[in-house]
Write a protein that binds this ligand. Structure first.
Ligand code: NAG
Ligand code: NAG
Ligand code: NAG
Ligand code: NAG
Ligand code: NAG
Ligand code: NAG
Ligand code: NAG
Ligand code: NAG
Ligand code: NAG
Ligand code: NAG
Length: 527
């Protein structure tokens, strides 16, 4: 239906007048080979998830009831990006979890509304919690230890869970270990008001060495073959109570066991006044500003030689902290934000992103079980994850993918080039002009773009679209005509009959290709 609007050189839409943007007069030039100043190749996998510790049994299930829907959604991403997403199990609730060897269920969580309505803050885990690490084949995890609590029970938790975790994660399932979540927010809360970077480092070193000794005892093979490597410091942000540069200077990596520099990021807060799709998420300027803080921190760490050969990643990230805003974080507009945000990270040497998930979280890519708050299902942000994975795909899981951000005139446009093994292989364009379809009779405007591909031999390029009825859509979303919705085939890809596929655009004799993109949608051009 949309494509019928796209006939002819000028865009003529039936019905009310449409304002249509034409950026095609100045073609964006895209090099055929990777520019010298491009970011390093992304880590594989790039598209990864962080799952709230207390929600992990919901997402993964257990041995008697594995969550096959979640596994299917992870497999879909694997088939696009070559490797299944890495799963960091952690978050706020990792620092509330105490081990109870007598607990009959995986987890016993109690919500304390004054702390959060969204997750429990009194938590015990039992031995069967660790079954959840066994339900997804060929998946690597990071395990989040509780550093937030102190005292006998907390110490017994570290001593008691390390052997269970290493046994559950033996045989190639462990990616990294993690000690504590967002300790830069502990000062004056979980720790005294005078708690400093050096106090943190002392405590991190002592607790991480403690669990390393336990793991080496319980899982000598794993300790020998894969080593015991951490992600750290898992700070909530750049400007909280602890400074990341000081933390590394104070000796966080004294034992040379940190393999990944993990920081967290949210674009804004769900309860912040004035947060909207158009202003906060579907806004390339806002995404650039948010990521720039990490680029700056990373460059200071590099200049000081503090994180040599330690890749910078976002170990927990999503749109709006406090678990997202209803109608916003779960909309198609947020999926488009996710594409821009993730590809921009990839273009800036942020080499992996773990999108944070939790049961009933508004920004979640999927709801793994039915609850009385949220319907089980694939949610809009997942389709953004899919487009990112498609953009980064390679011929095999070893191929290098590098992403370059292409300059665009408007902050509602974002474009990227992906180079696989050095050669231009895809161009992504995201139009983020908000188009509401509910309560609007306005015909959906279409923007026109053009790219100049010097030296290309291709005569025509195939087009794949990330599509929904509008930025406010929360259902009916598709990638290249595929739906991954639960209600169709439990998350397996299903080709929809009502979406155009198999489209292509021609490259003219000068190497110019023109692309028409409905407002609030995304496209990949394949070379
Ligand atoms: C396994 O999961 C099911 C479904 O959530 C639950 O009823 C059962 O108690 C779990 N088993 C254990 C041992 O935790
Ligand atoms: C679960 O935790 C609550 C709150 O601490 C406690 O009252 C309850 O007895 C616990 N249930 C089990 C089965 O341990
Ligand atoms: C930090 O505060 C605690 C009380 O919360 C106090 O006992 C301790 O002496 C203080 N440490 C320093 C170095 O000021
Ligand atoms: C918590 O325990 C660690 C390790 O024993 C210790 O270094 C730290 O000072 C303790 N912090 C508090 C606030 O008790
Ligand atoms: C986009 O974000 C930038 C930076 O936060 C802000 O200055 C600008 O006003 C935003 N644009 C819109 C349309 O709200
Ligand atoms: C990043 O660093 C540059 C140069 O020092 C500075 O101008 C800019 O404000 C910084 N941006 C952020 C978001 O920290
Ligand atoms: C919704 O589910 C929660 C968790 O299972 C339960 O505690 C609560 O009572 C339920 N609320 C309603 C209205 O059924
Ligand atoms: C779309 O809907 C939102 C929420 O109702 C509203 O704030 C926004 O202004 C609308 N945008 C357009 C372009 O009409
Ligand atoms: C999208 O628009 C089509 C055509 O108007 C309509 O049939 C379909 O129900 C809409 N989908 C959603 C999820 O609203
Ligand atoms: C296409 O079909 C799906 C599944 O029935 C639906 O959710 C979606 O809204 C439809 N899209 C359009 C554009 O009609």
């Amino acid at each position: 239906m949309l494509l019928s609007l796209l006939l002819g050189p000028t865009i003529v839409a039936a019905g009310p007048t449409v304002t249509t943007r034409d950026s095609s007069s100045s073609a964006v030039s895209v090099s055929g080979t990777v520019p010298k100043d491009a970011a390093d190749a992304v880590l594989r996998p790039f598209v990864s998830f962080s799952i709230e510790f207390s929600s992990f049994p919901d997402f993964a299930g257990n041995l008697s009831q594995p969550n096959k829907f979640s596994n299917q959604l992870l497999d879909n991403l694997a088939s696009l990006q070559g490797v299944k997403p890495y799963i960091r199990v952690g978050g706020n609730t990792q620092d509330f979890a105490l081990y109870d060897p007598h607990l009959k269920t995986g987890i016993n969580g109690t919500v304390v509304p004054s702390v959060s309505e969204d997750y429990p803050s009194i938590i015990s885990i039992g031995p069967s919690f660790f079954e959840s690490y066994a339900t997804w084949p060929e998946t690597k995890f990071s395990f989040g230890f509780d550093m937030g609590q102190n005292g006998t029970k907390a110490m017994n938790t570290l001593l008691g869970t390390a052997p269970l975790a290493c046994k559950a994660l033996a045989n190639g399932k462990i990616a990294y270990w993690e000690m504590g979540n967002e300790p830069d927010l502990f000062t004056g809360d979980k720790r005294p008001a005078n708690w400093t970077e050096s106090d943190y480092v002392t405590e991190w070193l002592s607790k991480s060495q403690l669990v390393k000794r336990q793991i080496a005892k319980a899982c000598p093979e794993l300790a020998k073959d894969e080593g015991i490597k951490f992600i750290a410091p898992s700070f909530a942000g750049i400007s909280n109570d602890l400074d990341a540069v000081t933390t590394w200077e104070d000796g966080l990596d004294d034992h040379h066991d940190i393999e990944i520099n993990s920081m967290h990021n949210y674009i804004g807060g769900a309860d912040e006044p004035g947060v909207t799709l158009a202003k906060t998420l579907m806004n390339h300027t806002s995404t650039v500003a948010s990521v720039q803080q990490h680029v700056n921190l990373s460059s200071v760490l590099n200049e000081k030689g503090l994180t040599k050969n330690i890749p910078y990643i976002l170990g927990e990230t999503n749109s709006l902290y406090h678990q997202g805003k209803p109608g916003l974080s779960n909309s198609f507009g947020a999926a488009l934000w996710g594409v821009d945000f993730n590809l921009y990270c990839a273009s800036q040497n942020i080499r992996r992103t773990h999108m944070h998930q939790g049961t009933d979280y508004r920004y979640a890519s999927w709801q793994p079980i039915q609850t009385n708050k949220t319907t089980i299902g694939t949610k809009a942000p997942y389709y953004g994850n899919v487009m990112v994975a498609a953009m980064l795909g390679g011929d095999d899981s070893d191929s290098d993918a590098q992403v370059v951000n292409l300059p665009m005139a408007e902050e509602t446009d974002a474009a990227y080039a992906a180079y696989v093994d050095g050669q231009l292989s895809r161009i992504a364009l995201i139009n983020m002009v908000e188009y509401n379809y509910t309560g609007s009779d306005e015909t959906r405007p279409v923007a026109k773009y053009s790219f100049l591909l010097p030296g290309t031999k291709e005569k025509s390029l195939s087009v794949q679209r990330l599509m929904a009825n509008g930025s406010d859509a929360i259902t009916g979303i598709s990638w290249d005509g595929w739906s991954y919705n639960y209600e169709l085939k439990g998350g397996e890809p299903v080709r929809l009959g009502n979406v155009t596929i198999g489209e292509s655009v021609s490259v003219d004799s000068k190497g110019v290709v023109e692309l028409k993109v409905p407002y609030s949608s995304g496209v990949i051009l394949n070379l």
